[in-house]
Design a protein around this ligand. Sequence first.
Ligand code: OGA
Ligand code: NI
Length: 394
Amino acid sequence: MCLSLETHPNSLTLQQPIYSQPKPNLNSTQLEDYSSCSGNNMAGTSPHAVLEPLSKPVQELVINGDELPQRYVCKAGDGVIGASFPLMDVPVIDLSLLTSSPDVGEAELKKLQMALSYCGCFQAINHGIASSFLDEVRGVAKQFFALPMEEKQKYSRTVDDIEGYGNDTVLSENQTLDWTDRLYLTTYPEDQRKLNLWPKNPESFREILHEYTGKLRMLTEHILKAMAKSLNLEENCFLNQYGERPTMTTRFNLYPPCPRPDLTLGVKPHADASAITFLLQDKEVEGLQVLKDDQWFRVPIIPHALLFNVGDQAEIMSNGIFKSPTHRVVTNSERERITLAVFGMPESDMEIGPVEELINEKRPRLYKKVKNYVENYFFQNYQQGKKPITAVQI
Ligand code: OGA
Ligand code: NI
């Protein structure tokens, strides 16, 4: 992870240098090809070999009315984009029931286990975070992205770091860029916060982000325990792999209206590198899609819910019982969309692996033990167009 604290003074005026990178040899009909991946659209990650300076914010392309640059046009491996896809019946889980009286709790735990094994995600309701506070979180995100470009660029990421304001890290010449601008910040451990990249404008931004992610930290514990119990395991068995100083990173995503939603993706197909992800969706504008049995489904909006999904590291810890879903974001030509993804994962030097109780004759060990999945496995593979989790499969 690059720990440089400096922000790039004027990264947007630089010319793009020529470089070369081997093109992954992939079958373009496979939906799960990661062939046109961008460098940093994953959880808690920083790239390895950065090959060119920051590109122009997508927001500026829109303001200037530029034609869709070729670099945003997706390739066949990302699947059909412009079609209308069915809505997914994403299970809704009442988090307050998971710890309530034994009978009710049992039924909700069963539902949780089925949701995470079936589609790898659920809509969490009764999570204890007030809707008015979720609106405040959405509010600061919206206000930040609405600031003048010079103000936002005070928090620009450097070319070799993913933290800060910016967009895709360019890792390969034929990389398709995502139609999104983002603000990426580490929130835990607290001593790893790069506060110079935390906006001071709007004024309440820092406090709200601190409070929101603090609440999600508590929810994380609650859910990881429930995930273990839902598999009849001792409740701390996933948490034990988390270590004392688990990592939490956040990504504010802005998807400006796009002139060619049929050719472009807000985020290309990927699975999160995290253990678990909480997504605060835009209240009005849809865009997220999940791949299930080779078919894309739209994820519905429930304004007061948090969308929870399994990331690769929880798939590994559960020996493949919980599924880290492949998902993507589509764009539209009418309205901007703003979301906030919060990625939780174990302390980076903890060794994680399938919980022993989940390995047996019927279900042999599916994954190796791994340390620092993000740095050691995720990037190299993603960069080479491979699905990262396959690198740790036995
Ligand atoms: C992500 C992601 C989905 C969305 O940031 O990893 O998948 O709807 N975001 O913004
Ligand atoms: Ni994601």
